[in-house]
Write a protein that binds this ligand. Sequence first.
Ligand code: HAM
Length: 417
Amino acid sequence: MAIKAVKGTRDILAPEIRNWTEYEDMARKLFRRYGFEEIRTPIFEYTEVFSRGIGEDTDIVHKEMYTFSDRKGRSITLRPENTASVVRSYIEHRMDLQAKVTRLFYIGPMFRYERPQKGRYRQFYQTGAEVFGSSHPFVDADTIEMVVRLLRDLGLSGLRVDINSVGCRECRPGYREALQDYLSGHRDSLCEDCRRRMESNPLRVLDCKVPGCRAVVEDAPSIQDHLCDGCREHQEQVFRFLDLLGVDYRPEPGLVRGLDYYTRTVFEVISEGLGAQNAILGGGRYDNLVKELGGPDVPAFGWALGMDRLMMVLGDRKLYEESPSFYVLPVGKDLEYAVQTALALKDNGYRAVVLAEAASLKSGLKQVNRAGGRFVLLAGESEKEKNVLILRDMENSSQREIPAADLLKEIENEIKK
Ligand code: HAM
């Protein structure tokens, strides 16, 4: 039996892949405008980068990591996300000594053992941005505006920015207690996982998807009533800067996100059309993570965007311009003239393919048809002798002879038609 790709993974093929690469080019250019540099960290790390970074009691660490022992018995994990890895790298390279504020972005695959469904894969791709070294609320707003602009440049509309605060070390313990009190009164209505979470990490109950838990959560106390003055002020400033930057957002007091490292701002961008997996991206502030992973006391903010979901939202829309391909047909055994013609085209920025294996004119044209190609250049021996080429437009099966010396001028005219 033929071998298939592993469940939850897939091949990204043409023409879809063209949207991916075009998007990546656009993203890279945009992020540089905002002062970001690219970072590529390894795809696997020591497991504790993630278990300590993301939190032992999150779904990701609890049940979704691809963890294995290497040949020396060290515990290794395929990255389920990249924030913890980037923090590890930031600390390892003492980036805090190189600049007050460090802005990094990444594009690459992540791995989570989740139940595959529409918009959810076991290998999926993220674009992410992380800013280290500033606790200023402008950084939150600026970094959100950057990704909102990216989505707008991609021509997407109908997206919603939900935003909330999850407090800090000062005010979260009080909220946690109030939430725990409330939840213990509804213990019997919670799922088994949440009964455990209720004790160890009650905020996780807030984003449980089980209907019984959702019903309990509806009347739960709100973090908004428990924020300390510092967190409230921070939130107000973030809103003010978002207004200034022209970003529409919706305060969403129930938003907590599924990772433990957040402090203060959390946000998500939602696309209604996506169904259950409707978050295109999410992120927030994480002022304690660098220190918790053994680094200096450096505040940070970031987000990650799910590229698979982004591509679903883009659907049939093409981000790239379809440039015409030229198929050069030797018609005969001597390839020299065809090869020279194709080289001249490629030298001038055109896509040109020599159909070396076409046994006859007929089979050559059939190949071009199957590939959906439009222009064919016949470059056989008789054309070579006369120093001409035959330019054929497959769209209307018309063809004409052109002087070889006028090749570039002629195809330029033909494309414009
Ligand atoms: P996250 O919410 O776990 O956050 O993931 C961010 C985005 O990745 C999601 O909104 C979703 O679009 C996409 N995503 C997650 N899991 C899957 C999956 N199984 N299949 C397809 N797409 C998926 C983070 O990863 C944080 N590191 C974000 C962050 C950066 N926070 C601060 N800095």
